[in-house]
Design a protein around this ligand. Structure first.
Ligand code: B16
Ligand code: MG
Length: 212
């Protein structure tokens, strides 16, 4: 087999928390009387919390201190975590779970490569707490996607080199991160249209066609 491992992004690949991010950021933007919509929310995919705030503040007319910005990001996270707390194992799709089990059955190592500092909490909510061979997330990196750090760490945790690992991503920033780290990349949905992506996946189960 060409690959020994699959490194999977979390938000947008394993689960769909975009709308929770949107609702939480929308509350902050409304308080700041700042325009924010789903289109702007799409630009936040794979981007860290503080960088997401900077994107939202592009439409803010005023200045904020670093302290005020941290406080806003903290408030957004509290809101976001309230939504995450309502998630259950039913939020993990049967398709995703079946494909993961099949990949594991084919002998592949599986890891998470997520920018989120809430990744472990989300995995717990989905009933996947101890499922993956490694979890690299926002808590073990200093640079977020499009920097390759999160995926390089995942490969290091697995002890499998980047050129033997495939990254699966829903965000362009994630495809860029994978490619600059020396990984092959599969883009799900819009990310598959990125010229840098090695594979375009219309659905998660199409991953099984690559992994033969
Ligand atoms: P948090 P991923 C990313 O997760 C999200 O796509 C992005 O929208 C979010 O800002 C980022 O995590 C940080 O999340 O605030 O929970 O630390 O797609 O890389 O799994
Ligand atoms: Mg994502």
């Amino acid at each position: 087999m060409k690959y020994q491992a699959v490194i999977l992004d979390l938000d947008g690949v394993i689960c769909f928390t975009d709308h929770y991010h949107y609702l939480a950021w929308k509350k902050i933007a409304d308080d700041l009387e700042t325009y924010f919509d789903e289109k702007i929310n799409n630009r936040l995919r794979g981007v860290s919390r503080m960088e997401s705030l900077e994107i939202i503040l592009e439409n803010f007319h005023g200045t904020l201190s670093e302290e005020e910005k941290y406080a806003l990001a903290e408030r957004k996270n509290e809101e976001y975590k309230r939504f995450l707390g309502q998630m259950t194992e039913k939020d993990l799709s049967l398709e995703v779970k079946a494909v993961l089990d099949e990949l594991r059955g084919r002998g592949l190592k599986l890891a998470i490569g997520s920018s989120s500092k809430n990744a472990k909490f989300i995995l717990e909510r989905l009933g996947l707490k101890d499922y993956f061979d490694a979890v690299s997330d926002g808590t073990n990196i200093s640079k977020s996607k499009p920097d390759p750090e999160v995926f390089l760490k995942a490969a290091e945790f697995l002890s499998i080199p980047p050129d033997k690992s495939l990254v699966v991503e829903d965000a362009k920033a994630g495809i860029q991160a994978a490619k600059s780290g020396g990984f092959d990349a599969a883009g799900l949905g819009e990310a598959g249209e990125d010229k840098m992506a090695d594979y375009a996946l219309k659905s998660f189960k199409e991953l099984l066609k690559i992994m033969i």
